[in-house]
Ligand binder design. Structure first.
Ligand code: DGY
Length: 323
């Protein structure tokens, strides 16, 4: 027994960040990426004062049962739908996340997915690698849909949505958005984004990017009925959370060409992907990596560690409220 506080780090993390934590904690860090069962999460949390968690690790009444030691959980991400906030509050456990540091990288990736889906980048690359570009190519083959000059729709207009909107200028795209509450006029002006109701957003968008947080209310916010309102030539991008799109309904719409293409970085029940999606060529599938640039993942890890240290009274931000 060293007398140090203990921390569980549920995902492999940059060694320098672990070393910084080790100045103040006994660190139990996972060396390989793996999914933990609720029972494993409960066991781990029982033995620690703090936890630095991946978004797949759920903390709720069940995983906090009998825990009188845990004081802080820090999520490695901005989303916190893996945390049952009322249960944490009841248990006196502080919860932190990593807002803002990932806005621009996630916005970049949303654009990458939109462009890739619209211009069929993934399918074309698979075709080329399979050695099929051998006997020339028809002039009217591989036709995608344009991005420039088209209407960009954004559902969920927080900071990431606004960063996505700002990038539309160079593509000459008018931007429309829907959000639970309308943005202040100055922010709308800066984002060059016009507020519309949800049905108008679905009907008018040529490219629709989803960036809203997951909640009971946003579950299947885009399902069969919503997909039915969209243009047949439209492209749908989900960089928000699995469960916001009804993946089964999306697969039907894509197969029947009632929607031109889609790109998904997140899935209901990930890492499982709905099998119908795997069979389709007009969807780009990506393993929840929208924030995964070197700089951003380092910033997220650093901020999550700062949050834990500040919450427990260590480090330069001690005493300042964590994010
Ligand atoms: C988040 O932070 O919520 C993102 O999904 C991580 O990539």
């Amino acid at each position: 027994m060293t007398g140090k506080l203990k921390i569980w780090v549920s995902r492999p993390l940059f060694p320098d960040v672990l070393a910084r934590l080790a100045e103040h904690f006994d660190v139990d860090a996972e060396a390989i990426e793996r999914k933990h069962s609720p029972e494993q999460v409960r066991e781990k949390l029982l033995g620690v004062d703090a936890a630095l968690l991946g978004l797949a690790d759920r903390v709720n009444a069940q995983t906090l049962e009998g825990n009188e030691r845990l004081r802080v959980v820090a999520n490695l991400g901005v989303g916190y739908n893996n945390l049952d906030m009322p249960a944490l509050t009841r248990g006196g456990v502080l919860a932190c996340n990593t807002p803002d540091v990932l806005n621009e990288s996630v916005a970049d990736y949303a654009w990458a997915l939109m462009l890739a889906a619209a211009r069929r980048v993934g399918a074309a690359e698979r075709w080329l690698r399979a050695g099929q570009w051998s006997g020339g190519m028809r002039f009217d083959d591989w036709l995608g849909v344009d991005v420039h000059g088209k209407t960009l729709g954004i559902l969920g207009m927080g900071r990431i949505g606004q960063a996505i909107a700002r990038r539309a200028t160079g593509f000459d795209m008018p931007v429309i958005y829907h959000n639970r509450s309308r943005l202040p006029e100055a922010v709308e002006r800066e984002s060059r984004a016009v507020y519309v109701d949800k049905a108008s957003l679905l009907r008018q968008s040529d490219h629709l990017i989803l960036v809203l947080p997951y909640s009971r209310e946003s579950h299947h916010a885009v399902g069969a009925a919503e997909l039915g309102l969209m243009k047949r030539s439209a492209v749908l991008v989900n960089v928000a959370r699995g469960g916001i799109v009804d993946d089964a309904a999306l697969a039907v719409a894509l197969r029947e060409r009632r929607l031109a293409a889609a790109a998904l970085d997140v899935f209901e029940g990930e890492p499982a992907v709905h099998p119908d999606l795997l069979d389709l060529d007009n969807v780009v599938l990506s393993p929840h990596i929208a924030s995964a640039s070197e700089d951003t993942r380092r910033a997220m890890a650093g901020l999550a560690a700062d949050n834990v240290l500040a919450a427990l009274g260590f480090g330069p931000r001690a005493g300042r409220p964590p994010t």
